[in-house]
Design a protein around this ligand. Sequence first.
Ligand code: HEM
Ligand SMILES: [Ca+2]
Ligand SMILES: [Ca+2]
Length: 302
Amino acid sequence: QLAENFYSSRCPNVESIVNQAVSKKFNQTFVTIPATLRLFFHDCMVEGCDASIMIASPNGDAEKDAPDNLSLAGDGFDTVIKAKAAVEAECPGVVSCADILAIAARDVVVLAGGPSFDVELGRRDGLISEASRVAGNLPEPSFNLNQLDAIFAKNNLTQDDMITLSGAHTVGFCHCSRFANRIYNFSSTSKVDPSLNSTYAQQLIQACPQNVDPRIAVVLDPVTPQTFDNVYYKNLVVGEGLLTSDEVLFTNSASQRTVENFANHQNHFFNAFGTAMRKLGRAGVKTGSQGQIRKDCTAFNS
Ligand code: HEM
Ligand SMILES: [Ca+2]
Ligand SMILES: [Ca+2]
């Protein structure tokens, strides 16, 4: 079982050590924030929150090498590696990489102006990390509401949890290829997705011309891309959700009321986000004598 005070006797300062390392990394680059938050999500959705995403394989067949994970920004991995080094210096062999990632994910939300929440601890690091086990466990940007519901349900997350966690798209970036269909070949009758605000669609076409360099990315929240706030939901209401999976949360009547609630009440979103992140953090966790406490987050113990 997870507990907030899991390391209180064996590594009492773990949270402040991680926080210091995360803050230092953030002072070097803002990308620390979205990269770490997304890394936590992708870790938890595959094999549970067990740092399986962190493993590096010389053969390029680890989880992080799967197509759906190739766009994870390196700064998220680097944040965990640096925080782990700082923790090992004070309490060697005690704190899992999975817990360090969970703490860091909370810390980046706070650094961006979002809500704080207590993080449950006691996860053990996993022993499996395979690219082949990723497909079907991560949501695609083209998903409709039922598909989104189903993939989150696999980890005991409800539709409301899914809507809430999608609010993470209030920060960070997205490559043009992930939404190009919405501005260039939506349907036989309409090149541009009619659920896109037309001014916003024009801006996206300018930022992402056809055959654009595949490395070009745009911000997910065009209004406050560096602040963790409820503007993501306000954007959905005015047709400025970047991905199909974002905008559908407003266009589908089943999820629309929750989006409106969060758009109108930032405190409702903030409270729900902390609760949903704790719930996400329980996905498939290994505890007790399962798994291991990795020494190096990028390799299984030898
Ligand atoms: C609901 C289904 C979701 C889908 C379909 C989805 C899809 C995506 C896509 C396609 C990107 C752009 C990646 C790129 O091109 O570089 C992205 C970025 C991002 N996602 Fe999600 N996502 C979802 C939910 C979540 C959740 C639950 C979280 C965290 C709690 C999250 C956090 C992020 C963050 C922070 C970024 C920006 C990453 C960066 O700037 O490096 N996403 N997501
Ligand atoms: Ca995992
Ligand atoms: Ca924002």
